[in-house]
Ligand binder design. Structure first.
Ligand code: IMP
Ligand code: MG
Length: 175
């Protein structure tokens, strides 16, 4: 496998996150917002999006791992690190890197809703098109991309490439 063509540039990401940040700033004005990043993939989106949210927001993180092969989720999610705080009565915004099968978020939303947050919404930088998934309402979305395996900007292949400043396609080597 090798790094293929760039799908979303660092500049495009920055412009989009500024837009999303402005929308979040308007929507949550006067409210007590808790942004929850899903590790590890969302660490870059979280850091960069947060800079465009002009509110006294709090942060927390969850780490989850979905069993499956390197490039495919099984839908069975394991919580490796839970939230540090209670979310009952809070306005929660989940921040995700990418929605592929949607199974991780589907599971997480069910898990978090029973904790009785005042509201729970989703922000995702990337959404793969052309994939059958349970209905998931994404309030703040970045880019729709083709259903290919991508890396960079938090996303890994076999633990690597998360530090690329852009999103690129992972390609098979030429034979
Ligand atoms: P899901 O299939 O929507 O449950 O995606 C679960 C997780 O798999 C995402 O949060 C990502 O961390 C990871 N993932 C999904 N698609 C890709 C991809 O194309 N590249 C790298 N990681 C991915
Ligand atoms: Mg993820």
């Amino acid at each position: 496998m090798k790094v293929g063509k760039v799908l979303v540039t660092a500049e495009q990401i920055d412009v989009k996150l500024a837009e999303m940040g402005r929308a979040i700033t308007e929507d949550y004005a006067g409210l007590d917002l808790l942004m929850v990043g899903i590790l590890k993939g969302a660490f870059m989106v979280m850091a960069d999006l947060a800079r465009y949210v002009e509110l006294p927001v709090e942060f927390d993180f969850m780490a989850v791992s979905s069993y499956g092969s390197a490039t495919k989720t099984s839908g069975v999610v394991r919580i490796l690190k839970d939230l540090d705080q209670e979310i009952a009565g809070r306005h929660v915004l989940i921040v995700e890197d990418i929605i592929d099968s949607g199974l991780t978020l589907h599971y997480l939303l069910r898990n978090l809703r029973v904790r009785n947050p005042e509201s729970i919404e989703l922000a995702a930088l990337l959404i793969k098109d052309g994939i059958e998934r349970p209905p998931i309402d994404v309030r703040y979305e970045g880019f729709h991309i083709p259903p290919e395996f991508v890396i960079g900007y938090g996303l890994d292949f076999d633990g690597k490439y998360r530090n690329l400043p852009h999103v690129a396609v992972m390609e098979e080597d030429d034979i």
